[in-house]
Design a protein around this ligand. Sequence first.
Ligand code: ADP
Ligand code: ADP
Length: 229
Amino acid sequence: MIILEDVIVKYGTNPVTIALNKISLKINQGDWITIVGSSGSGKSTLLNVVGGLLPLTSGAIQISGLDLAQLNNNEIQELRRNTISYIYQDFKLFNQYTVLENIIVPQLPYQDKKNLITKAKHLLTSVNLDHRTNHFPTQLSGGEKQRVAIARALLSEPAILLCDEPTGNLDSENTDVIMQLIKATHSKGITILFVTHDQKLIHYGNQILTMRDGNIKEHYIHETNDKKK
Ligand code: ADP
Ligand code: ADP
């Protein structure tokens, strides 16, 4: 359902950095692909092009049969709103909004508010944060912030969850909690792209992609009928 064909992304003009150097990749619905590689190898760029956040220098990306290059800005925004969600190492919560507001704010212009609040409360229960509904991000621990970010990411019922080192700022206990939540998300059939530096997290998922200098250095695909792991 995600197909990258000879994707090249360059930054700058003088000097030019080739962040992705002709990457081809096929990711099926329900896959979990772990992306590893040293800093600067192109991992974030790869997530950002799949997320429709960055134009390609050349090549093509298809998501659910849609060629990203053929979409206008509104259609890209719509794809990001309905199909693709992100979680980040630094959570990216809005400090001026409560937990509940953080979860509904991105969808508020597009959906009924009451309905969103009902859904957000369900999600808060599922990430074990009912008791934090009206708190502000500054009152939360890192693990709690990431749980809020996960609830926000899932509100749109996305097909794809892009994870950019989501446990990078967390201790091992909170890392376990977040990994269990991502596993639960994956078991509902959501495709996971997961960037990490953490060797302990690499075994999650059925594809492991090792990047180096914008190239795929190694690509391990574990074919399985049991995607739950
Ligand atoms: P990683 O996520 O693996 O650390 P990135 O995708 O962030 O790698 O970066 C890949 C390469 O592109 C690096 O050489 C980085 O310095 C360069 N790069 C990333 N973003 C930009 C940018 N906005 N402008 C110029 N160069 C960039
Ligand atoms: P912008 O495109 O200007 O960043 P948005 O309203 O799209 O503004 O999003 C604001 C912030 O909300 C984003 O930076 C991101 O942290 C968060 N956000 C929006 N949509 C999502 C989503 N689907 N999944 C996770 N975080 C999201």
